[in-house]
Design a protein around this ligand. Structure first.
Ligand code: FES
Length: 100
C-alpha cells in the first residue's frame, strides 16, 4: 500500500479537479496496482512513482506523467479516527503483480 502525506499543492490541485473534501489526516492512499497492467510500482527520488513493468510514471498526486498507464493511480478513501488510519479497500482488491 502506498501511503504518503499529500503536499499542500497536490491536495489543492486534487480538490479543485475532483471536488474532494480534504481529510483531517492530510493523507492520500493509492492503490498499489498500476492502472496499466496492475504491476507494483515504487516511490522514487521523492518526486514520482515509477512502474518499471512498462516505464509508467505518476506524480505525487497520482496523475500520469508519462508512459502507457491510461489514467491516474486509483485512490482508497482514508479516514483517521482516534489516531488510527483506516483505508477503504475495494472488495475485489488483490496484490499487485511483481515488478518486471
Ligand atoms: S503495468 Fe505499470 S506501466 Fe505497465
Amino acid at each position: 500500500m502506498q501511503l504518503a502525506p499529500a503536499p499542500s499543492a497536490a491536495r489543492q490541485s486534487l480538490q479543485q479537479r475532483r471536488s474532494l473534501p480534504e481529510g483531517a489526516s492530510g493523507l492520500l492512499a493509492f492503490d498499489p496496482r498500476c492502472t496499466h497492467a496492475k504491476c507494483a510500482y515504487e516511490w522514487t527520488d521523492k518526486s514520482k512513482f515509477a512502474c518499471l513493468c512498462h516505464e509508467g510514471f505518476f506524480g505525487v498526486d497520482g496523475a500520469v506523467i508519462s508512459g502507457p498507464p491510461p489514467r491516474a493511480l486509483d485512490r482508497f478513501a482514508v479516514r483517521e479516527t482516534n489516531g488510527k488510519v483506516e483505508l477503504e479497500v475495494p472488495a475485489d482488491f488483490s496484490t499487485p503483480r511483481p515488478k518486471a
